[in-house]
Design a protein around this ligand. Structure first.
Ligand SMILES: [Zn+2]
Length: 341
């Protein structure tokens, strides 16, 4: 197995003093990954070709992209209450997409089995017409659209375990029966969407699956949700490739949410996702960083995830006890709603 790995090294120009989505997130992670000799022998770099605005235009409107360009050319500033830009933000956002595209290309061409993009800013809140929640470009949705256009991939599954609902990704594919969008998230929490009843629209009905989880859900809850919902849903969908929006803000130490996942818990999620991809789509799994705002927890959790993706180490044992009934119930309800299990 080969794991392709890439980072947008020039991300530091997208920064705002005191903001949670800060360069330290990625620099700390890359320092920890670089210091791991085992990983360095197992991660394969890719050649990255520069991206231009045609790439985000696969998902975003011209008017929205012009708004971002105008803001950046005007010196940067807040696009909404949470989302900032600087003079470098378009360049950093395009480099994020360029890295993610190169990694997806490596997997789809067979050079790698799976991949991980250590990139920022995150993307899953950005909608076709609006920035949102620290996100400028809807990265993973854009890469999915690109895979469809350039590689002729028809059926794509996206699993999003960031602690916040991936509303932007959901918006992009809400009426698309060929893209499964499955989000696990704390609820209630920003952005407030992601109710179980949001299942898609028109031809896309059923291809959106939301798993809202109560605060303080931890490793056992996620293990149970992957058994009851994620594994059967992806298997039934029969995708050609599995994309993962890998946010790490469900970690117990994260300042923006109240979940209890451990670093080993995130390794467990990737262990399961690898099994799911092995069974469903020849192991093809393409992961991209979303949130995660405690820099040390993020770095440790990404490192643990990469150990699993590369096949180093044993099966994670996190969360082997049964979760409380109050946490099992919403998961059981989602499984029943979607006819799983
Ligand atoms: Zn998040």
């Amino acid at each position: 197995m080969a794991t392709a790995f890439g980072a947008n090294q020039a991300h530091g120009g997208h920064a705002k003093a005191g903001h949670a989505e800060r360069p330290e997130r990625l620099t700390r992670t890359l320092t920890v990954v670089s210091a791991d000799a085992q990983l360095q022998g197992a991660l394969h770099p890719v050649d990255v070709t520069a991206a231009d605005l045609d790439l985000p235009a696969l998902v975003h409107t011209e008017a929205y992209l012009q708004t971002v360009v105008d803001a950046v050319e005007g010196g940067g500033g807040m696009l909404d209450a949470d989302t900032y830009t600087t003079p470098d933000s378009v360049q950093v956002g395009l480099e994020t997409l360029a890295v993610q595209r190169a990694l997806a290309d490596a997997v789809l061409s067979g050079d790698a089995t799976n991949s991980f993009a250590a990139t920022r800013p995150p993307g899953h809140h950005a909608t076709p017409r609006h920035p949102m929640g620290f996100c400028l470009f809807s990265n993973v949705a854009i890469i999915a659209a690109w895979m469809r256009q350039q590689h002729g991939v028809a059926r794509i599954a996206i699993v999003d375990f960031d602690v916040h609902h991936g509303n932007g990704t959901q918006d992009v594919f809400y009426e698309d029966p060929d893209t499964l969008v499955l989000s696990l998230h704390q609820h209630p929490l920003y952005p407030g969407t992601g109710l179980m009843e949001e299942t898609g629209r028109g031809a896309g009905t059923g291809a959106t699956i939301n798993v809202p989880l109560p605060a303080r859900a931890g490793d056992a809850a996620y293990r149970y949700a992957f058994e009851q919902v994620v594994a059967p849903a992806v298997a039934a969908f029969e995708p050609e490739v599995l994309l993962v929006s890998a946010g790490y803000d469900a970690h117990a130490h994260d300042p923006l949410a109240q979940m209890q996942l451990s670093a080993e818990g995130f390794a467990l999620l990737f262990y399961r996702l690898r099994e799911i991809a092995d069974q469903a789509c020849g192991g093809r799994l393409i992961a991209a960083l979303e949130g995660g705002y405690d820099a040390d927890a993020l770095a440790a959790s990404v490192r643990a995830s990469l150990h699993v993706l590369t096949g180093i180490g044993d099966a994670p044992t996190a969360g082997e006890h049964a979760p409380a009934a109050a946490i099992r119930q919403p998961i059981d309800d989602v499984a029943q709603l979607h006819g799983l299990g």
